[in-house]
Design a protein around this ligand. Structure first.
Ligand code: FUB
Length: 489
C-alpha cells in the first residue's frame, strides 16, 4: 500500500496501560515496538523473528533499521535477544530509492528458516528488493552470501518485493512467496539462496489472483496505485503472505484489504495453490496494517499478529501479539478474537538455573541493550519499574536465596540505596525477599539475599526501588537456590 495512503489512515490508538495486577501477556514484547511476526520452531524453542519500529523517526512513516528476535519455551516468558540483523548486513541497502534512505530505513517484514544446520533470514529492504542472510545460529552473526538482492527491487513496483514467506514441504522443496499487491512465488533451490523458476515467466503464484482464490475486496479498489505495472486490486489480498501446512492441506494466510487490514486465509493442494478463499482470520485491529505468522508448538497452533496496543503505539509503532488458532474438523479456520491475556503457559520456568533478566512475561518501564558481558541486559531501571516472570516452579521445598548479576550505573562501590523487591502473584503481592543493591563501579557483580515463603508454581515480580528519576542499575541475569541445597547461587 502506498506510503501516502498509509500515512492518511494512521490510527492513533494509544491504549491504556495494562493494569499491573493483570496477567496480560499481549503484546509479547514491551521493551520496544515490534511488528511483522515470523515465528519458527526448532528443537523445542519457538523463535520469534520480527521487524522493529523505532521509537523515534519521521512522523507518520515507518522507521525500521533492523530485525529482532525473542524466544520462548513456555509461550509466556520471552527471552529478548535484541537486533540480530540490520540493513547494514546488506551492502546494497546503502542505495536510496524513492525516499527510503539507505541504511536508515526499510527493514520490513522478514521470515527465517533452518535447513541442514544453517539459518536463512529472508528480509525485504523496502524498494530495493528481498535479500537473504545466512548464519550458523539463529542469533547470528548473519552474512549476505549474494551481496545483491535475491529478488530484485521494483520487480513490478515499489511494494512488489516485500514480505517474503519461506516454506519447505515434506519432500524438501522450498518455496518463497511475497508481494504487494501481487502475490509471487518461486521454488528455491536446495542452497536456499537461488531459485529455479523465473519470476517473469511464472508470475503471480502460478495461478490467477481471482476472488475465488483470494476473497472479495469490500468495498472494491477504486484507487489502485500510480505505479506503472500495478492495476486495481481485484481481490482482498494485500500483502504479508504466510505459508503453512496442516493435515495435508496447505494454507496461505495473508493481510487483506482495504485498510485497515484484516487477516484472511485460503487453502490449496500445493504451496503454490491453486487457492480457495477460506475467510477472515482476524478483523481489523488498532494498527492500519496487520501481518500473520502461524506456527505449531507443543501441540497447539498459534497466530502471531500485530497491533498498536503498547502505550505510545500507532500504525508505525506496532507490537506483536499471539493467540491460539483453532481449526474446525473440516480444516477451516476459526476467527481469532485477540486477547490481552495471550495463550496459557505450556511449560514451567526453573528458577534454580540461570535465567536472563531479559526473560520477561510482562514489564513496565524497562528497556534492553547489548550487555558488556555478552547477550543482552535490562536497562532503564527506575523507581517503580518492574519485571514479571510467569509460571515459575519453586518446587515443594521452595527457595532460600536469590542472586542477581547487577551493574551500578554510577562509579559507586558502596550501597546505592536501590533495592529489588521480590514478590509473588502481583506487583504488590507477597514479599519473599529484598535485595539491597550495592555499587559495582560499573562492573557486573553477583549480589544475593535470603528468600522465604516461595514454593509451588508462582508468578514472580522483580520490583525496582530507588531514588526517583535516576537510572538505578543494570540487570543481567538471576538465579534462586533451593532450601536444603548446598549450592549458593
Ligand atoms: O512493516 C512494514 C510493512 O507493513 C510490512 O512489510 C507489511 O506487511 C506491513 O506490516
Amino acid at each position: 500500500m502506498k506510503k501516502a495512503t498509509r500515512s492518511a489512515v494512521v490510527l492513533l490508538s494509544v491504549l491504556a496501560t495494562v493494569p499491573a495486577t493483570s496477567f496480560a501477556l499481549n503484546p509479547v514484547v514491551q521493551t520496544m515496538y515490534t511488528a511483522d511476526p515470523a515465528p519458527v520452531v526448532h528443537h523445542g524453542t519457538l523463535y520469534l523473528f520480527s521487524s522493529h519500529d523505532q521509537d523515534v523517526g519521521k512522523k507518520n512513516n515507518f522507521n525500521m533499521k533492523d530485525w529482532v528476535l525473542a524466544t520462548t519455551t513456555d509461550m509466556v516468558n520471552w527471552t529478548q535477544h535484541g537486533a540480530i540483523a540490520s540493513l547494514r548486513d546488506f551492502p546494497w541497502a546503502a542505495k536510496e530509492i524513492s525516499g527510503w534512505d539507505g541504511f536508515n530505513n526499510g527493514a520490513w517484514a522478514p521470515q527465517a528458516i533452518e535447513r541442514d544446520g544453517k539459518w536463512y533470514l529472508y528480509a525485504p529492504v523496502q524498494g530495493r528488493g528481498i535479500g537473504v542472510l545466512v548464519a550458523d545460529n539463529p542469533l547470528g552473526p548473519y552474512i549476505d552470501p549474494l551481496k545483491k538482492p535475491l529478488i530484485a527491487g521494483q520487480a513490478g513496483g515499489l511494494y512488489d518485493s516485500i514480505d517474503p514467506t519461506v516454506y519447505i514441504d515434506d519432500e524438501g522443496q522450498a518455496y518463497l512467496a511475497w508481494g504487494n499487491p501481487r502475490l509471487w512465488s518461486v521454488k528455491l533451490n536446495k542452497d536456499m539462496i537461488s531459485y529455479d523458476t523465473s519470476i517473469g515467466d511464472k508470475g503471480i503464484i502460478g495461478h490467477p489472483m481471482t476472488v475465488q482464490a483470494l476473497g472479495e475486496r469490500t468495498p472494491p479498489d477504486t484507487q489502485g496505485t500510480t505505479l506503472p505495472t500495478h492495476s486495481l486490486r481485484g481481490t482482498s489480498y494485500e500483502e504479508g503472505p504466510w505459508l503453512y501446512k496442516r493435515k495435508n492441506l496447505n494454507y496461505l494466510f495473508f493481510a487483506a484489504g482495504p485498510i485497515p487490514e484484516h487477516l484472511g486465509y485460503s487453502t490449496g493442494p500445493t504451496p503454490e495453490g491453486p487457492w480457495t478463499y477460506g475467510g477472515v482470520v482476524m478483523t481489523p485491529q488498532s494498527a492500519f496494517t496487520n501481518h500473520p505468522g502461524v506456527v505449531d508448538f507443543k501441540g497447539k497452533t498459534y497466530l502471531f499478529y500485530h497491533n498498536a496496543a503498547l502505550p505510545g503505539g500507532d500504525g508505525f509503532k506496532r507490537s506483536v501479539c499471539v493467540d491460539e488458532l483453532t481449526f474446525n474438523p473440516d480444516g477451516s479456520v476459526q476467527t481469532v478474537q485477540p486477547t490481552k491475556e495471550g495463550p496459557a503457559p505450556v511449560a514451567t520456568l526453573d528458577p534454580y538455573r540461570r535465567v536472563e533478566a531479559e526473560t520477561i512475561a510482562w514489564s513496565s518501564g524497562v528497556k534492553i541493550e547489548p550487555s558488556s558481558a555478552g547477550g543482552q541486559n535490562v536497562r532503564d531501571i527506575h523507581d517503580g519499574a518492574y519485571i514479571q516472570v510467569r509460571n515459575v516452579d519453586f518446587g515443594a521445598i521452595g527457595a532460600r536465596a536469590f542472586m542477581a548479576s547487577l551493574s551500578s550505573t554510577a562509579k559507586l562501590k558502596q550501597a546505592t540505596g536501590a533495592t529489588i523487591e521480590i514478590r509473588l502473584g502481583k506487583v504488590d503481592g507477597k514479599l519473599i525477599g529484598t535485595l539491597p543493591v550495592s555499587g559495582t563501579g560499573g562492573q557486573w557483580n553477583p549480589q544475593s539475599t535470603r528468600i522465604s515463603g516461595a514454593s509451588g508454581i508462582q508468578d514472580l515480580f522483580f520490583v525496582f526501588r530507588g531514588a526517583a528519576g535516576e537510572e538505578l542499575f543494570k540487570f543481567d541475569y538471576w538465579q534462586f537456590s533451593q532450601a536444603g541445597s548446598k549450592n549458593r547461587p
